[in-house]
Design a binder for this molecule. Structure first.
Ligand SMILES: Nc1ncnc2c1ncn2[C@@H]1O[C@H](COP(=O)(O)OP(=O)(O)OP(=O)(O)O)[C@@H](O)[C@H]1O
Ligand SMILES: [Mg+2]
Length: 506
């Protein structure tokens, strides 16, 4: 039996402790003498590693900068987590700069977010640590310390999900953030600023606020869908272009009379793809070196537009720096295209180039030859379908109205551009009165003989659409006005050219 008498006295405990400490110190000093320091440190760390309890959690540190550049994962996480805030969050930052469309929400220091992906749970924490450092560039006696802030996210999850995080979750966040950025992006319209007389021409940009979209555009539905599908296919085909060794670019030629929606289609394409527009007015470029500089300064994911190409290819005469004419330097259209091809195949991605013209028949055959412009889009007079879309947009008339039958009968035989139709539909807010006025206009035009003629058939173009070409091939004015996709420059009669000229002088 244990009795209080068996308990060691405090003095004996103290002397045992003292002798143990003395032995440890002796052993330590022997070890210090016998084992060199690097080996001692190595043994110590290994021992510590072996006895440290194992954590089932892995934590990734995502800092805002890689030291040289922004850390894309951090920026993506910041944007993505703003969509994952919950009622649990107590402090959030909110902001909006003039260029942004919506309010921006960000996590405040220490805030946590729990997210689920593929059934796994991921814990995020935002950390913002301040530190003070001496300014390395300040060699004065009063070296003032610089405050810096380190922002990072901690992402913690069970170790078994490491592969999911690296292979799926983080790529998913990067993709989501890109989508959000695209949505939020304010598109830019870049035009030439010629006031830099010494340093050449430069791009100036303004926000692109053209409201045209594929929904508001009066085009034959079949053609509209073909264009949308073509754009969708183009942006998805990064790997394809790489594999076949082609520059990732696509060219469109938009042709047709004034007021048929060529510029509106360009804006609709830009709004659909969220691509900036670079409007290249060739007439303002005097030196080839300027052209090269301008093209190099265009961004990826953009649309380069050269409007009225038939009027702008005769570039102004080149001059030497001293003002003497240099008549033998001429930039031809095919030269310009080869130039662009060369530049874009070496340093451009996801580029679209669009030429517009009112007179396709006047174009340099180099532009029309197969493989040059990938898709020729004929924008033409307003069809009944086009009118109905405009009526629904401008007058908010649902699909039927008692005057529609009469309008259908008249509009199919008359050459009226969507621009003219739009103008008529804007004249009055009262739908009934507007449509009556419109019927009168159509009758007048018919009386004046501004009727549609039966042009030749134009062929549909891009290789992937050639099968459906025959389906689209119809005769008569209906399909003429209905904007066809054409590969060859045929069927534009002299009479039609005369009409176009007449339209030009409105
Ligand atoms: N197809 C269309 N669908 C809807 N609106 C159109 C269409 N075509 C023209 N419009 C209207 O007419 C206006 C002028 O059209 P737009 O500038 O796009 O014609 P364009 O073919 O580029 O003419 P131009 O050959 O003179 O440059 C547009 O702002 C738009 O309001
Ligand atoms: Mg235009």
């Amino acid at each position: 039996m244990f009795s209080p008498r068996d308990m060691p006295s405090p003095s004996s405990i103290f002397s045992a402790y003292a002798s143990m400490t003395a032995s440890i110190m002796l052993l330590r000093s022997m070890a210090n003498e016998l084992i060199p320091q690097p080996i001692r440190a190595y043994l110590f760390n290994t021992f510590r590693y072996l006895i440290k309890p194992r954590s089932p959690t892995l934590t990734l540190i995502i800092e805002d900068s890689t030291g040289i550049a922004r850390n894309q994962v951090y920026d993506a996480a910041e944007a993505y987590l703003s969509t994952r805030v919950s009622p649990e969050n107590e402090r959030l930052k909110i902001s909006k700069n003039p260029k942004e469309k919506k309010l921006t929400i960000r996590l405040e220091k220490g805030e946590k977010v729990v997210d689920y992906f593929n059934g796994a749970c991921f814990k995020w924490r935002f950390i913002c640590a301040e530190s003070e450092k001496n300014n390395p560039n300040d060699h004065s006696s009063s070296n003032i310390s610089v405050r810096s802030e380190k922002r990072l996210f901690e992402l913690s999850f069970p170790k078994k999900h490491k592969e999911i995080v690296l292979d799926s979750y983080l790529p998913f966040i990067l993709e989501k953030a890109k989508e959000m950025k695209d949505e939020e992006r304010v598109l830019k319209m870049h035009t030439l600023n010629t006031s830099y007389c010494y340093s050449g021409v430069k791009w100036d940009s303004i926000n692109l606020e053209h409201p045209s979209t594929f929904e508001t555009l009066a085009m034959e539905p079949e053609l509209k869908n073909a264009v949308i599908e073509d754009l969708d296919r183009f942006v998805k085909r990064r790997e394809f272009y790489k594999r076949v060794g082609r520059a990732w670019k696509r060219g469109y030629l938009l042709y047709g009379p004034p007021g048929t929606g060529k510029s509106s289609l360009i804006a609709a394409m830009a709004n659909y793809l969220k691509f900036d527009i670079f409007d290249l007015q060739l007439g303002n470029i005097v030196r080839d070196s300027d052209l090269r500089k301008l093209l190099l300064a265009t961004a990826n994911r953009s649309i380069l537009v050269i409007e009225d190409i038939d009027c702008s290819v005769d570039l102004p005469e080149r001059r030497h720096g001293d003002g003497r004419k240099q008549t033998d330097v001429q930039l031809t259209l095919s030269g310009l295209l080869n130039f662009i091809d060369g530049l874009w195949s070496s340093c451009g991605d996801e580029r679209i180039i669009i030429f517009t013209t009112n007179h396709k028949e006047r174009l340099d055959p180099a532009l029309l030859r197969p493989g040059r412009m990938d898709m020729h889009i004929h924008m033409s007079y307003c069809s009944y379908q086009g009118f109905k879309l405009l009526a629904s947009n401008y007058l908010e008339i649902p699909s039927e109205h008692h005057l529609f039958g009469e309008i259908e009968g008249l509009i199919e035989d008359i050459q009226i551009t969507p621009a003219q139709v739009a103008e008529e539909l804007m004249k009055n807010e009262d739908a009934e009165a507007t449509l009556e006025g419109f019927v009168k206009l159509l009758k007048r035009k018919k009386m004046e003989g501004d009727v549609c003629e039966n042009f030749g058939t134009e062929k549909a173009e891009p290789p992937h659409q050639q099968q459906s070409q025959s389906k689209r091939r119809k005769v008569g004015c209906k399909q003429k006005r209905g904007v066809g996709i054409s590969k060859s420059n045929i069927g534009v009669t002299q009479r039609r050219t005369r009409r176009m000229r007449r339209e030009c002088s409105f």
